[in-house]
Design a protein around this ligand. Structure first.
Ligand code: PLP
Length: 425
């Protein structure tokens, strides 16, 4: 079949008519599909069930230095849990604070601390009335929701295949002291699946911001979530330390997509200066997080090798789902010039880029045929996709059978929306 861009009006009308007929058949099927949620499937959360019996009435509840995990205390986490977080981030336990189950919560609190208390003796961000934040796009909607909530003006930074546009980042950050931070998902970015290159990581570690309290929020949510062989992410702290710039970085990880999204552990990895500052306000905020859950994680993941073996099981479950989507989209769409998609080597998402002005229509068509997709625009600050062309596909949660139908319906919606758009022109 010809590419849509090469079709005559008559050919496009004919194509549209046959697509509409196929679409009506899908509508009659009463489908209930969901490709919006970046959630592990039932089979995946079942992988960690044994953790629930690893801690039982016979377990020794006393850990290092006479700490009873059932009782108050140890606000920054038991050593074994710090080791789990450190092993995910390829760091060391001494550079970690362990929190509750959600890293997003830790990110929110970190921005909130900057807003209210200020960072390392600088004025609270609240006092900076024209405060700004850099947002590589497409990105994670919940990051953008946090900085929107705290009144930052968000600036879009285009993503390249090896990470954010660093010329733009360096230029903006070095000139404007009201830029206080940047969101980064350096490995398997949500939603593009981009892994930052060595050069990009080095340039981040070597930024010279005009604001002394500028911080890189290095959200390493998919640090160990490889679908194939392990992909190496260069160590930002290693480079930053050689330049004395380690205070500029907050790294976040969690076991949400390792053990249980609703009941994992999250951690921050940072310099001694930053960790000490965080501990000071934590000491007022809490008398400690859930140490029984920390012990479960410490026992279950005992060491780095066990953690990686566990992640291979996750990959074996979700890899075929990614591959089905990639196969269907490749076969149904690639030759038609209706858009393009990346083939991620890990993480939780595939991004499909339509022709300009088609994404909202694709999401609407999918919805009206029984399939929920992430809202068009969601991967951009203020939910505004300037091109209306980015769609995030989340293939992990549905079953393999559902995924195949969902991908076929998705391809049909892309074709129909594009045919409509070309006819408008
Ligand atoms: N960061 C990124 C990039 C994510 O994609 C997600 C979840 O999809 C989160 C953070 C949420 O992490 P948590 O469950 O630890 O709050």
């Amino acid at each position: 079949m010809k590419a849509y861009s090469e079709m005559s009006k008559e050919e496009l009308l004919k194509e549209k008519k046959s697509l509409e007929e196929a679409y009506k058949e899908y509508q009659k099927r009463g489908l209930k599909l969901n490709m919006a949620r970046g959630k592990p499937s039932l089979e995946q959360v079942n992988l960690s069930l044994e953790m629930l019996t690893d801690v039982n009435p016979d377990t020794d509840m006393i850990v290092e230095d006479n700490v009873d995990v059932r009782n108050y205390g140890v606000i920054d986490g038991i050593y074994g849990a710090k080791q789990v977080i450190a092993s995910m981030a390829k760091s060391e336990a001494d550079h970690v604070i362990v929190f509750g189950n959600s890293s997003l919560n830790v990110m929110f609190d970190t921005v909130a601390r900057g807003m209210i208390e200020g960072i390392q003796g600088n004025a609270p961000w609240y006092d900076c009335k024209d405060r700004k934040w850099l947002c590589p796009v497409p990105g994670y909607d919940r990051h953008f929701a946090i900085t929107e909530h705290f009144g930052f003006e968000m600036i879009n930074i285009p993503m390249n295949e090896d990470g954010p546009d660093m010329d733009m980042v360096e230029d903006l950050v070095s000139k404007d002291p009201s830029i206080k931070g940047i969101w980064c998902v350096p490995k398997y970015s949500n939603p593009g699946g981009v892994v930052y290159s060595e050069e990009v990581v080095k340039r981040f570690a070597n930024l010279s911001p005009a604001a002394p309290d500028f911080r890189i929020f290095w959200d390493n949510a998919y640090a160990i979530h490889d679908l194939y062989e392990e992909v190496h992410l260069p160590d930002i702290f290693g480079y930053a330390i050689t330049k004395g710039k380690q205070d500029m970085i907050f790294e976040f990880v969690s076991t949400s997509k390792v053990s249980f999204p609703g009941s994992g552990i999250a951690g921050i990895i940072a310099s001694d200066n930053n960790l000490n500052e965080i501990r000071k306000s934590m000491a007022v905020q809490t008398i400690g997080h859930d140490k029984i859950n920390q012990l479960r994680h410490a026992i279950f993941f005992a060491n780095g090798a066990k953690l990686r073996a566990h992640m291979k099981k996750h990959a074996d479950i979700i890899r075929p789902k990614f591959e089905v989507v990639e196969k269907v989209l490749g076969e149904e769409l690639q030759h038609l010039d209706v858009g393009h998609f990346g083939v991620p080597k890990g993480g939780y998402f595939i991004t499909y880029t339509t022709q300009p002005g088609c994404a909202t229509r694709v999401v609407q068509l999918a919805k009206e045929a029984g399939m929920v997709l992430t809202g068009a625009g969601a991967p951009f600050p203020y939910k505004k996709d300037p091109e209306d062309s980015t769609i995030r596909i989340a293939p992990t949660y549905p079953t393999l059978e559902e995924i195949k139908v969902a991908a076929e319906l998705f391809a049909l919606c892309v074709r129909l929306a594009t045919a409509e758009k070309f006819l408008e022109k």
